[in-house]
Write a protein that binds this ligand. Structure first.
Ligand SMILES: *Cc1c(COP(=O)(O)O)cnc(C)c1O
Length: 480
């Protein structure tokens, strides 16, 4: 069994094994005519259930053959131009190369003595990101597993920095389009069930600053402590960017921590065309960036950045066996002092190789392309009487719904849109998302693939309207 351990004597097996895996993925990418096969949980579960995990195949090729059946053939493929659903992106090859390297070397970024250069590379990328954000000379941060964890850590720091107030009095203000991880974080932080106050949005789904001002004033008046405002730079549903500068102004006035959730919008940091949309982000106390969304990096790759490195001490705990206090005096860089995680992937390597091979502008161009595609898609939808489109996109998201020509009740329209999404998913021809807007069902494209064309958008819209019409034809009596 030792021949399976990766070391100096097994490099041939390593090369063969990994190459064989790469060949399978390459073949899968070429073979995928659609983003999805439409397989159902009931269809796939028996195949996976039937595998006896206590009887290994002892053969790489056989295991990969099996993997074709249980995973590769029916996986959802994000490189396909008609995958238009969620924020998971097609990935760039330099980052996939990084992934292969980092898992083989298996550095762990908790301590210097498990990572060496990995720690310094991560630190450079944090500094680079903080520089792009404009957070100033005292900024710092750490890579995380994703935006959810980044938001949790930022809110932990905000809570620790909120000097006054018992947990029941602490409030977090975020727009009604903010990410649900804000509420999840509040719960994990032991705040009360009413801790997160939703601030209304304007028609473009951006936080209304007037409403935020009123809420902040009300909190103070009622003896509550607005410990943080979470502004979203790229809401998950609409890609809308809250008015960051105005929000920063209000935070300064009320002494509230400003966290900017730029999990989605962070791609603008490398955009030469649209960077200005993030103006004001430099005033944040903390920022979430998800490189695994708009930097075309494989899951996971994310970071939380802070204006003042000193606040990261709230996440610092010492273990004598790992990161003893004396390491600080000895100036040994141990990233675990800044992280909620202990053992931690060297995800930063993917971004490093991406910047070294493609360059930041290259990533920015890809993100600009999908934003331009969304703008074009919006024009198509706005001109198409079959559809009602919600907001003109700032990033790469389109929220719309099919509206039949003939008078149809709202329930019928909701049903037709839900049906269209499901039918499309089962066919595998395209994958789109659904969401609700003001209580009604809508469909959503999240465009992150520069290979998607306006022709793809037009074709998928035709498919949607075909499915919706079919539903209404069959359900007219019930729907009305
Ligand atoms: C995706 C997203 C998150 C959560 O990030 P994960 O990486 O999925 O954990 C948080 N905030 C916003 C605005 C997002 O779009």
């Amino acid at each position: 069994m030792r021949s399976h351990l990766l070391n100096d004597t097994t490099t041939d097996r390593y090369r063969r094994s990994v190459t064989e895996g790469i060949e399978r993925v390459a073949a899968g990418l070429t073979a995928a005519e659609r983003p999805f096969t439409g397989v159902t949980p009931d269809g796939l579960a028996p195949l996976i259930e039937a595998i006896d995990l206590d009887h290994p195949l002892h053969d790489t090729t056989a295991a990969l053959d099996e993997l074709e059946d249980v995973y590769l053939r029916d996986a959802v493929y994000f490189h396909h131009p008609r995958y238009l659903a969620h924020l998971n992106c097609p990935v760039v090859i330099p980052a996939v190369l990084g992934e292969a390297v980092l898992s083989a070397v298996n550095s762990s970024l908790d301590t210097w003595d498990q990572s060496a250069g990995g720690t310094l590379i991560e630190r450079r990328l944090i500094d680079w990101t903080a520089g792009r954000l404009g957070l100033g000379p005292a900024a710092d941060g750490v890579f995380t597993s994703g935006g959810t964890q980044s938001n949790l850590q930022a809110l932990l720091l905000a809570r620790e920095e909120a000097k006054a107030g018992c947990p029941e009095q602490l409030r977090i203000l975020t727009s009604e389009a903010g990410h649900f991880s804000v509420r999840k974080s509040a719960k994990l932080l032991g705040l009360g069930p009413d801790a997160v106050l939703p601030v209304p949005c304007d028609r473009d789904r951006r936080m209304q600053t007037l409403a935020l001002a009123q809420e902040l004033a009300r909190c103070t008046h009622e003896g509550l402590v607005p410990m943080a405002v979470v502004a979203t730079a790229g809401t998950t549903d609409f890609g809308s960017i809250d008015p960051l500068a105005e929000i920063a102004e209000l935070c300064a006035r009320y002494g509230a921590w400003l966290h900017v959730d730029a999990a989605y919008g962070c791609g603008l940091l490398v955009s030469r065309r649209n960077r200005h949309l993030l103006d004001g982000i430099e005033r944040a106390d903390s920022v979430t960036v998800d490189y695994h969304k708009s930097f075309f990096q494989p899951v996971s790759s994310s970071a939380v950045l802070v204006r003042d490195a000193a606040v990261l001490r709230h996440a610092t705990y010492h273990a004598d066996y790992l990161n003893p206090r004396r390491a600080i005096e000895e100036r040994i860089p141990n990233q675990v002092d800044k992280s909620l995680q202990t053992t931690r992937r060297f995800d930063a390597l993917k971004l490093w190789l991406t910047l070294r091979i493609m360059g930041a502008d290259g990533i920015g161009e890809l993100f600009d392309e999908v934003c331009a595609l969304a703008a074009e898609g919006w024009r198509m939808l706005a001109a198409d009487p079959r559809f009602d489109v919600v907001v003109r996109p700032q990033l790469s998201t389109l929220v719309f719904r099919y509206v039949p020509a003939a008078a149809t009740g709202q329930t019928g329209i909701d049903g037709a849109n839900l049906y269209a999404r499901r039918a499309l998913f089962s066919s595998g021809d395209a994958v789109v998302a659904s969401t609700t807007v003001d209580g009604r069902h809508y469909l959503k494209f999240t465009l992150l693939n520069p290979e998607t064309t306006t022709g793809d958008i037009a074709a998928v819209l035709d498919l949607i309207s075909g499915h919706a019409e079919q539903y209404l034809g069959e359900n007219l009596d019930r729907a009305c």
